[in-house]
Design a protein around this ligand. Structure first.
Ligand SMILES: [Zn+2]
Length: 90
């Protein structure tokens, strides 16, 4: 990920309407971008909010396929903790 500043925004094409892939809101530089299979653009706040979720979900998915039983137990503990937090907020 990187930051696209107003001075560099012309690489996206002058007059191009930009939208955040997280909230679909209109974007103006400075913005956060990622170039993978396609270009992803984010509001700085949306990128900051999404980042920890991506890391946590990637970790959870990795643990879910780990062959060692202690990783599955850790995953179950993590999911249980997350559900308790969600239930407390409901
Ligand atoms: Zn956004």
């Amino acid at each position: 990920m990187s930051v696209l500043y107003a001075l560099s925004a012309d690489i996206l094409g002058a007059g191009t309407e930009l939208a955040c892939v997280e909230c679909a809101g209109a974007l103006r530089p400075p913005l956060v971008y990622w170039v993978g299979a396609r270009l992803l653009l984010f509001h700085p706040g949306c990128a900051a909010e999404l980042g920890p979720h991506l890391i946590a979900d990637a970790r959870e998915a990795t643990l879910a396929i780990a062959p060692e039983p202690h990783w599955r137990r850790r995953l179950i503990d993590g999911v249980r903790h997350r559900l308790k937090l969600e239930e407390a907020l409901a």
